[in-house]
Design a protein around this ligand. Structure first.
Ligand SMILES: *Cc1c(COP(=O)(O)O)cnc(C)c1O
Length: 335
């Protein structure tokens, strides 16, 4: 496999650091915890969508597009990173934001990622929960095309066989960093939503035959559904790269949906504890929707004895900290 055969732009700050979490490892009594800092990818406070956008924006450029359309929840980190790179590369950007949580407060509706979307000059339209967002994007694309523009649709989360390439690359990057430090990674834990991050990571680790297992902590879908969609995307990504779909096997795709709580974007007490632990023992911020829930799952598995004391477990920090100011209330700060 040779990723440079595929079109890509370079704007992410890479490689992101792979760092130990010594104080948290001690507080939890092992395993040895590490963190891959994809919150430091550099695009308007960083996050995992930036790696995907390097490949997606290359495709949009090759296709002669002048406007980007994408969708997400009101506090979408994907929408914000897309708005930032569209601004930098001189594209118009249309963000279709779905109200998935029902939070009506001012901080959620206007602060956090929404403020940044606005500052980057994106056109924002809002939709009620349950809207067919893919249909809404197609409709807008048609309208823009009729007006003589050249729209390019990026799916929610940037999760298709092009965006997932960013995480095939991340798997290679992380493995090379571990090799350079003589670090043997036993397991990786990450949040999983639209699935492109996990699909790329699983495919990359499989293609390298690294033997490193990955657990995706679901933030929305039930386990079976999440695993099927990640597996399907990993296979499509393999074919897109010219690899056999069999490069990745079904049993390499593992999701855990035990830490979603009441639903996407809705807080759990373990998530709040996880965000506070990371902030107060390591000085690192997590977000309430993805990394907070993902890390809460890792903490719970550690407490249940899932890992050996001397295992090396890497938590993939996928970003999201720009959303924190959209949720002061759930962390107990009332106005
Ligand atoms: C989008 C996102 C995820 C999930 O990544 P997917 O590729 O959509 O599964 C995880 N963490 C953060 C902070 C995100 O914004």
């Amino acid at each position: 496999m040779h990723l440079s055969r595929l079109p890509r732009l370079h704007f992410a700050h890479l490689p992101t650091p792979l760092e130990p979490l010594p104080r948290l490892s001690e507080v939890l009594g092992g395993p040895n915890l590490w963190i891959k800092r994809d919150d430091c990818t550099g695009l308007a406070t960083g996050g995992n969508k930036t790696r995907k956008l390097e490949f997606l924006m290359a495709d949009a450029t090759q296709k002669g597009a002048d406007s980007i359309i994408t969708q997400g929840a009101t506090q979408s980190n994907h929408a914000r990173q897309t708005a930032a790179i569209a601004a930098k590369l001189g594209f118009n950007c249309h963000l279709l934001l779905e109200d998935r949580t029902g939070y009506a407060d001012d901080a959620y509706q206007r602060n956090g990622n929404v403020l940044l979307d606005y500052l980057h000059g994106a056109t924002i339209s809002r939709y009620p929960a349950g809207t067919d967002m893919n249909a809404a994007m197609k409709e807008l694309a048609q309208q823009l095309a009729n007006e003589g523009q050249a729209p390019y649709i990026i799916p929610g989360g940037g999760s298709n066989e092009i965006g997932a390439l960013g995480y095939v690359n991340a798997a290679m990057e992380m493995t090379a960093q571990a090799n350079d430090q003589s670090l043997v990674i036993d397991h990786i834990v990450q949040a999983t939503g639209s699935g492109g991050t996990q699909a790329g990571m699983v495919l990359g680790m499989a293609a390298l035959q690294s033997g490193i297992s990955i657990t995706g902590m679901s933030v929305r879908a039930p386990r079976q559904q999440q695993e099927e969609s990640v597996f399907n995307l990993a296979q499509r990504t393999a074919r897109h790269m010219g690899l056999a779909a069999e490069t990745v096997s079904r049993d390499q795709v593992v999701a855990n949906a035990d830490y979603v709580g009441e639903g996407y974007g809705l807080p759990t007490s373990l998530m709040i504890e996880a965000v506070q632990m990371m902030a107060q023992h390591e000085g690192i911020l997590l977000d309430p929707v993805y990394t907070g829930k993902g890390f809460s799952g890792l903490i719970d598995l550690i407490r249940k004895g899932r890992f050996a004391k001397d295992d090396n477990v890497v938590f993939m920090h996928t970003g999201g900290i720009a959303s924190l100011s959209g949720y002061p209330g759930i962390f107990g700060l009332q106005s």
